[in-house]
Design a protein around this ligand. Structure first.
Ligand code: ADP
Length: 409
């Protein structure tokens, strides 16, 4: 009989970092989590935290992702502080992968063909895809015979219709080059969609939502009958909302004008729009951190006040539009670092939703941080629900589902 899948390691490999989380899927318990940072750079560091215990951090030798993973294995199977007796207890590994383009519409078990297809998609995410793939290959080396599943950030958005995902340029750019809207944060939008259906006591296939993932990177999704019909990010994560360091939507002619003023190359313009703009550029707060901006605004800093208004305005604009597209939402969902925690950030959005019959419950909004709860008044026509996301658990669940179905096939 096939071995029961119980302990699943979730891996998110970035260019110089590797985040991990280990789950016992019986009861979906997180056993430990952590990261390795500065991989391949000087003084790499391992952070390890057992559930309910303090973080432990130490310097390690990690010239590459495989070495980083070896240190993770040592930490989680450590006699004193570990959570497993040996690496053999890990039944499966789930990986975050940035881009599945139109090739991967769902999570998939890794084999040589899948890995080859992922490598072909590197041009869609030249910075993220190589380390994502590297993480899978490192696991194949270290966890011999343990199945790997890849979970794509774009996959949940693959249900978008053409009218939502095409850009108004000659169709050959889509047909020949795959230039279209893909959307990101799919794993988070999927997690909160499922959790919202449960919270609202509606079947997943009947739930209509506007899901707002608001963090350093932010995106909204329009969910009709449990499926995405539109989302704010595009070919890349640059589009849509005003983010920590990204412009979000901008007239391309304005971007070209800036490139001319600053004499930027196309690559430099890309960096400018993605990394040197957004809330950071508007306020001078590093990374456009919402906490810093709110405290500046409280002290009367005009730039911070205007930036908050812009953030609320742009987000509310999309909430209203997406509410129309889904034919009336059953709820507006707020998640991500800002959505889960920032009362001020949420207020900036909700105070602009009066036309939808939504009123902010100020008391509830001030109280709810990092937990599920309703922040709109009882007489609001559509509830606004704060719902903490859990992308790692979604990856673990998908890993389990894919392996169970692949066994049956
Ligand atoms: P990422 O997109 O990198 O995953 P997060 O989802 O962690 O980012 O969100 C980071 C954002 O959330 C930052 O703007 C931060 O200021 C904000 N944030 C996190 N915690 C709080 C808090 N307790 N109160 C207000 N804002 C918060």
């Amino acid at each position: 009989m096939a071995k029961e899948i119980r302990k699943i390691l979730v891996v998110n490999a970035g260019s110089s970092s590797l985040k991990y989380m280990l789950f016992d899927m019986k009861g979906e318990k997180m056993l430990c989590k952590g990261l390795v940072e500065r991989i391949g750079i000087d003084a790499p560091r391992l952070v390890y935290q057992k559930a309910g215990a303090e973080k432990i951090a130490r310097e390690i030798a990690a010239p590459d992702h495989a070495a980083a993973l070896k240190s993770v294995v040592e930490a989680i199977s450590d006699k004193e502080n570990g959570v497993i007796a040996s690496l053999k207890e890990i039944d499966a590994i789930g990986h975050r992968m940035l881009h599945g383009a139109e090739v991967f519409k769902d999570s998939v078990k890794v084999d040589a063909k899948v890995l080859k297809e992922c490598k072909k998609l590197i041009p869609f995410g030249p910075l993220h895809m190589p380390p994502n793939i590297g993480g899978v290959e490192a696991c194949q080396k270290i966890f011999k015979g343990v199945p790997n599943v890849v979970v794509f950030d774009t996959a949940f958005h693959q249900t978008m219709p053409e009218c939502a995902f095409l850009y108004a340029v000659a169709p050959e750019f889509y047909r020949k080059n795959g230039i279209r809207k893909y959307g990101f944060h799919g794993t988070s939008h999927k997690f909160v969609t499922q959790a919202a259906a449960k919270f609202l006591k509606k079947p997943l296939t009947k739930v209509n939502l506007v899901t707002c993932h608001l963090g350093n990177g932010s995106s909204l999704a329009a969910i009709k009958n449990g499926e995405v019909i539109d989302t704010t990010m595009g070919l890349t994560p640059l589009a849509g909302l005003i983010m920590g360091t990204r412009t979000g939507d901008i007239d391309v002619a304005a971007a070209i004008a800036i490139a001319k003023i600053k004499r930027l190359t196309l690559d430099e313009l890309d960096t400018f729009l993605n990394k040197k703009s957004g809330l950071e550029a508007l306020t001078g707060s590093k990374g456009g951190d919402m906490r810093d901006i709110c405290s500046k605004a409280e002290k009367g800093d005009l730039d911070a006040i205007v930036a908050l208004e812009m953030f609320g305005h742009r987000t509310a604009l999309y909430v209203g539009g997406y509410n129309t597209l889904v034919g009336g939402a059953d709820a507006i969902i707020m998640t991500g670092g800002i959505g889960e925690n920032s009362s001020e950030g949420r207020e900036q959005i909700v105070k602009r939703l009066g036309a939808l019959g939504i009123k902010l419950d100020k008391k509830a909004n001030a109280k709810i941080h990092g937990e599920i709860g309703v922040i709109s008044t009882k007489d609001s026509k559509i509830p606004v629900v704060v719902l903490p996301t859990n992308e790692e658990l979604m990856i673990a669940r998908d890993t389990m589902r894919v392996l169970k179905t692949s066994k049956k096939a």
